[in-house]
Design a protein around this ligand. Structure first.
Ligand SMILES: [Zn+2]
Length: 337
């Protein structure tokens, strides 16, 4: 196990990974700027540790404007009872704090997306320093990582828990068991097409269990999605025997879905106003129209229709009406692997 003293980092902290009990502390990131020459950004870190057992790491606020994760993790941080913990829980409710404070996906400090910045750089920008510290110091401490997201300002998503297709059989099985334990209304096994630098890959490369939850979006909060998040993170703790109790199930079984091909994502090839024809969660047939884009200036032009390339379920949709070339309009997940 690595300790904070061994890693090359410019982050400083009072966090003591091996200390028994409850710690409310900070990761302090140097941030020199005009109005604060020796300034720093303080990212909350909460740890509960008692005896032996698994270490579960929860991250929220990797992007700002995604609220269910931070809400549920702040509640968990206040409400966990150290007496019932066996093992360790590390909670980072607002990991990219400047983005969370600004309500933006990317950090206003350096314009970077934390979830495209792993493994990070110890002498990089603020976001890269955060990624590097998580990668080099915190991830090695964890057995399982659950990263809580939502669609932010630009996407509306059904509440789902997801994992990647994994080559390693034991890692796949352990991850699938954790996925099922979270108990979201939708559970997804997927390939990524959105770029490199994900925390997901960093954790998976270390041979650990990684889950990503997407719990709503459009920059709004629903009580239903917060309740799913509250229950899901407790279910993970129960699954790893970090807290006692039975896993809580939803009234209906989770819907199992898959994303294996890039054309399951529908992309705009023109600008205008996107008029959706479907609602999140709707069943869609291959060749069916998902929506259309109206050219704002060339009114004589018929709107351009966008079609589903597969049979499946509409899991995600563009949230704002205004749309540009290259924006993602929708994601259709299939019911078959
Ligand atoms: Zn996100």
């Amino acid at each position: 196990m690595r300790t904070t003293q061994e890693a090359v980092t410019s982050v400083w902290t009072d966090w003591e990974p091996d200390k028994e009990g409850k710690q409310f502390t900070y990761l302090k990131i140097p941030y020199s700027r005009d109005n604060s020459a020796w300034g720093s950004i303080w990212i909350p870190l909460i740890q509960y540790k008692k005896g032996k057992g698994a270490t579960v790491l929860f991250t929220g606020g990797v992007h700002g404007g995604e609220y269910e994760g931070p809400i549920s993790l702040m509640k968990l941080a206040r409400e966990l009872n150290i007496d019932e913990v066996s093992g360790r829980v590390i909670i980072l409710p607002c990991l990219n704090l400047p983005a969370v404070q600004a309500g933006t996906r990317v950090s206003p400090v350096d314009g970077r997306d934390l979830n495209r910045s792993f493994p990070g750089r110890h002498n990089g920008t603020v976001t890269e320093i955060i990624a590097h510290y998580i990668h080099d110091v915190i991830l090695p401490e964890a057995d399982v990582v659950v990263d809580l997201h939502a669609g932010g300002q630009s996407l509306s998503l059904v509440p789902y828990i997801s994992m990647h297709y994994l080559d390693h059989e034991i890692q796949y099985r352990q991850t699938y068991e954790a996925l099922s334990a979270f108990n979201a209304p939708y559970q997804l096994i997927m390939k990524e097409f959105s770029g490199d630098g994900l925390i997901d890959y960093a954790v998976e490369k270390m041979g650990k269990v990684f889950l990503c939850a997407e719990l709503g979006g459009a920059g709004i909060i629903s009580p239903y999605n917060v309740a799913i998040t509250d229950q899901g993170i407790r279910n993970i703790l129960k699954h790893y025997n970090v807290v006692p109790g039975d896993i809580q199930r939803l009234s209906t079984a989770p819907i199992q879905l898959y994303v294996a091909k890039q054309d399951q994502y529908i992309y705009s090839h023109g600008a205008g106003i996107f008029e959706p024809f479907k609602l999140l969660g709707d069943t869609i047939a291959k060749g069916e129209i998902v929506g259309q884009i109206h050219d704002i200036q060339d009114i004589a032009q018929a709107p351009v229709p966008y079609y589903s390339q597969c049979d499946g379920v509409l899991m995600g949709m563009r949230a704002p009406g205004l749309t540009d070339r290259g924006d993602c309009l929708g994601l259709i997940a299939t019911r078959e692997a």
